[in-house]
Design a binder for this molecule. Structure first.
Ligand code: FES
Ligand SMILES: [Fe+2]
Length: 357
């Protein structure tokens, strides 16, 4: 008698414990969040020498500062004396950097200028002490930081995305923030990305919000390196009601997509949104959304969207919560993915696997 073989797991899926386990989460912190380019702010927030932006990428406290000579610099926000966090986690301006613990003082390029009680450190060679550097660069006014000082530059990392985004008929550098909202969700960050990069759910989940607006059959999923470009053509016919009718563009395309590891974005004729997903722990993620317009777009049609999470956002949160509720089950599996319309998911799985090994 032939033994019945248990079904073989599909090679492309991530096991369910990738969405719940602390061990996997810690591996993500040490790989993905420690060595990828991540979006931290906009150039217009860092105009003058001394303007800074301090944040935490995974477990890496980092800041970006406009140096004395106008150059943009990124450094680890950790004092080389005994490791205290230097700058508060916010946006601000300073003439030099002074550690709040024992007052070691650094210039804007991270060089040690002075220590309190220098006579107590007879061996100290100040010229050999400086803040640890990180990589910083910008595209389209968006400032990116990589905590890893080595490795590929931003242009190499983003390859395939700028060419796609340049099809949007606006200068990305001219965008200015119009609205911002944030919320914490009881969902692993990867489920939120996976939901964004597939459109198979539009007909059910967004039946009233997005389905009348877009030509769902023609939505593209185009992997570009670790990222995914998602051109979304508008529906052939004008939607009957607002707000979809206001956003519809005859023959137009909404340029949407995902930049690894945690940015999603989309354009419309009058606005751009950029969102990021910040893991708080294995099953909680902070979602931050920013709405931008160029001055011309703002003059033509001032943004009047919802002040809080959009209806579409709530629809997505609700279904991602369903995934988180199913993932601990012994029956959790990915049996099939739609060829084109869920292609983004298998691409994302492969990218995550490449980092986690
Ligand atoms: S830890 Fe910064 S001066 Fe001591
Ligand atoms: Fe959605």
């Amino acid at each position: 008698m032939t033994a019945i073989q248990p079904p073989r797991p599909r090679t492309y899926e991530l096991p369910g414990n990738y969405y719940t386990d602390l061990d996997v989460y810690r591996r993500e912190l040490q790989t993905i969040w420690r060595s990828t380019w991540q979006w931290v702010g906009r150039l217009e927030d860092l105009t003058n020498p001394g303007d800074y932006l301090a944040t935490v990428l995974g477990e890496e406290p980092i800041f970006v500062v406009r140096g004395g000579d106008g150059e943009l610099l990124a450094m680890h926000n950790v004092c080389p004396h005994r490791g205290a966090r230097l700058l508060p986690q916010k946006q601000g301006s300073c003439k030099f950097l002074q550690c709040p613990y024992h007052a070691w003082t650094f210039d804007l390029s991270g060089k040690l200028l002075a220590v309190a009680q220098p006579g107590w450190f007879p061996e100290l060679d100040k010229s050999a002490v400086r803040l640890a550097g990180a990589q910083v660069d910008s595209w389209g006014g968006f400032v990116f930081v990589n905590p890893d000082p080595e490795g590929e530059c931003l242009a190499e990392y983003l390859a395939g995305v700028p060419d796609y985004l340049n099809q949007y008929g606006q200068r990305w550098e001219d965008l200015r923030q119009i609205a911002h909202f944030t919320r914490e969700e009881p969902i692993n960050w990867k489920f939120q990305i996976e939901n964004f990069v597939e459109d198979y759910h539009f007909a059910t989940v967004h039946a009233e919000t997005l389905t009348p607006l877009y030509d769902v059959q023609r939505i593209g999923t185009i992997p570009a390196g670790r990222h995914i470009n998602i051109p979304v053509p508008y529906a052939p016919n004008c939607p009957p009601k607002d707000p979809q009718r206001r956003r519809w563009e005859a023959g137009g395309v909404s340029y949407q997509g995902f930049i690894f590891p945690n940015i999603t974005y989309g354009t419309s004729a009058h606005t751009v949104f950029f969102s990021r997903y910040i893991p708080v722990n294995p099953t909680v993620t902070r979602f931050e959304a920013f709405i931008y317009q160029t001055p011309a777009q703002h003059a033509a049609e001032p943004y009047i969207g919802e002040a809080g999470p959009s209806k579409v956002g709530q629809e997505d949160t609700d279904v991602c919560t369903l995934l988180q509720e199913g993932v601990r089950s012994r029956a959790y599996q990915i049996s099939h993915l739609a060829e084109e319309h869920e292609l983004g998911i298998s691409h994302f799985y492969n990218t995550v696997r490449a980092y986690l090994g």
